[in-house]
Ligand binder design. Structure first.
Ligand code: HPA
Length: 274
């Protein structure tokens, strides 16, 4: 990844939609495809038409950039994200965030599917991410090449997730009659799910949820000074004593059940933006 590849990708998007000036980027993980249907779509660009963009390999992710309007904000949605377990480098995983920033986006919303480690959680609950653990990632996406345009060499992570948005999101969940969970999301490499011993370890370390995404993108967004909101859909319960065999179909079904809730939350948060 170089400044030129980021420029070429963002220029290709701009060339197609020269009068569109997005302010908010949204990464639609498993469980947030629904929100895309609420976007008044100006255009969709398949990833294979954007220079240097990686291609999604996971069937449950569709792989295109959606440009449009959502709750009166100009948004760019990443419909399908990239994961380290697919074989991409951390730089490839986070390339779209650099491109969003080059498009002028300074606000980032992220969603994911996650295993629940906090015993208070139920399947299909939402968890507002208020902190993260990046230590299990194979490497930082910020490692290596670091031109001044990327931001500081040693970016601060004392508060990666915007405190105002967290507070507003809790109020919205309450208003929707949903449990306003907040918690720590730990990002792991995958693709295998964790063993009981690993879930126990992650819980002891202070994790409330575990998943295979989000933190790399957030690290890059924060390095570039973007405001970040992130939310997990709890798709399976990872309590060692009662752990059942995980089935992808059940994980996807739990995500689908929570989709309308996540859409509501994102939409209402966006409506409150100035
Ligand atoms: N572990 C890691 N990632 C996940 C899980 C899990 O239990 N559930 C959904 N994504």
């Amino acid at each position: 990844m170089t400044l030129e590849t980021i420029q070429e990708a963002s220029q290709a998007i701009r060339n197609q939609f020269p009068d569109f000036h997005p302010t908010l980027g949204i990464i639609l993980g498993t469980g947030l495809g629904h929100l895309a249907s609420e976007v008044q779509v100006l255009g969709a660009i398949p990833y294979d038409q954007i220079p240097h963009f990686p291609l999604s390999t996971v069937e449950s992710h569709s792989g295109k950039l959606l440009l449009g309007t959502l709750a009166s904000q100009s948004v760019v949605c990443l419909q399908g994200r990239f994961h380290y377990y697919e074989g991409y480098s951390m730089q490839q995983v986070t390339f779209p965030v650099r491109v969003m920033h080059a498009l002028g986006i300074r606000h980032l919303f992220v969603s994911n599917a996650a295993g629940g480690l906090n015993p208070a959680f139920r399947t299909s609950d939402l968890m507002i991410i208020d902190d993260h653990i990046a230590l299990f990632l194979p490497e930082s996406p910020l490692r290596g090449f670091n031109p001044p345009e990327f931001g500081p060499r040693f970016p601060d992570m004392s508060a990666p997730y915007d405190a105002v948005w967290i507070q507003q999101a809790k109020t919205i969940l309450n208003d929707l009659g949903l449990p306003p969970h907040t918690g720590v999301y730990t990002s792991v490499q995958g693709p295998q799910l964790e063993s009981k011993a690993e879930y126990r370890l992650l819980r002891q370390l202070g994790s409330d949820a575990v998943g295979m995404s989000t933190v790399p993108e957030v690290l890059v967004a924060r390095q570039m000074g973007m405001r970040v909101f992130a939310c997990s859909v709890i798709t399976d319960l990872c309590i060692p004593e009662t752990l059942k065999e995980a089935k992808l179909s059940e994980i996807l079904a739990a995500a689908a059940k929570a989709e309308p809730h996540l859409s509501q939350l994102f939409k209402r948060l966006i409506e409150q933006m100035d």
